[in-house]
Write a protein of this length. Structure first.
Length: 177
């Protein structure tokens, strides 16, 4: 009897797996495979009102038409102009670079500015200091090599497309601010 049940296992297993993956996708579960945030599964939800967004909230945003992002795509840093990163600066915050490190509202971070990429090409960067307007955010990735607001500037609230809540991740955050 058990042998007969196992005989159908190769057929049933893929069907069960595909069904589970489809259900997870329908409820908004996404998988992140980049180093910008810890790899793993996240629940994707709508962006809340601007005043409800907090530091270190993970957001997804699109940077279509941003010249620095277009440059990064042409250099092969990534393939699409959609990113998952942490909110590091909110409206009213001041972002500066002091001795090569990012400072947020006078608070020193361990987030370093690089001047060149891995191929020794110059990296773009906005004119610091930055004072964030009512609809702007400074976004940082989790990885020290992340291509983020340090290089392409501020992100508008209207460009935010989703909020990610971690469900299961494979490593702790490397972010140190």
């Amino acid at each position: 009897m058990i042998k007969k049940a196992f005989r159908y296992l190769p057929i049933i297993s893929p069907l069960i797996l595909v069904s589970v993956l489809l259900i997870l996708k329908m409820v908004g579960v996404k998988y992140n495979e980049t180093d910008s945030i810890p790899m793993g599964f996240y629940l994707s939800s709508e962006i809340p009102q601007i005043h409800k967004l907090k530091d270190k909230t993970i957001v997804v945003y699109d940077s279509i038409g941003n010249a620095a992002v277009d440059l990064a795509i042409s250099r092969g840093y990534f393939k699409q102009p959609s990113f998952c990163k942490y909110i590091a600066g909110k409206p009213g915050d001041t972002i500066e670079v002091n001795y090569g490190y990012i400072t947020i509202n006078g608070r020193h971070t361990k987030v370093k500015m690089k001047t060149n990429d891995f191929a020794n090409r110059p990296l773009p960067y906005p004119d610091y200091p930055l004072v964030l307007k009512a609809d702007e955010f400074f976004i940082l990735g989790d990885h020290p090599e992340s291509y983020d607001s340090r290089y392409y500037g501020l992100v508008k609230y209207s460009d935010l497309s989703a909020l990610y809540t971690p469900l299961f991740t494979f490593r702790r955050s490397m972010i140190k601010w």
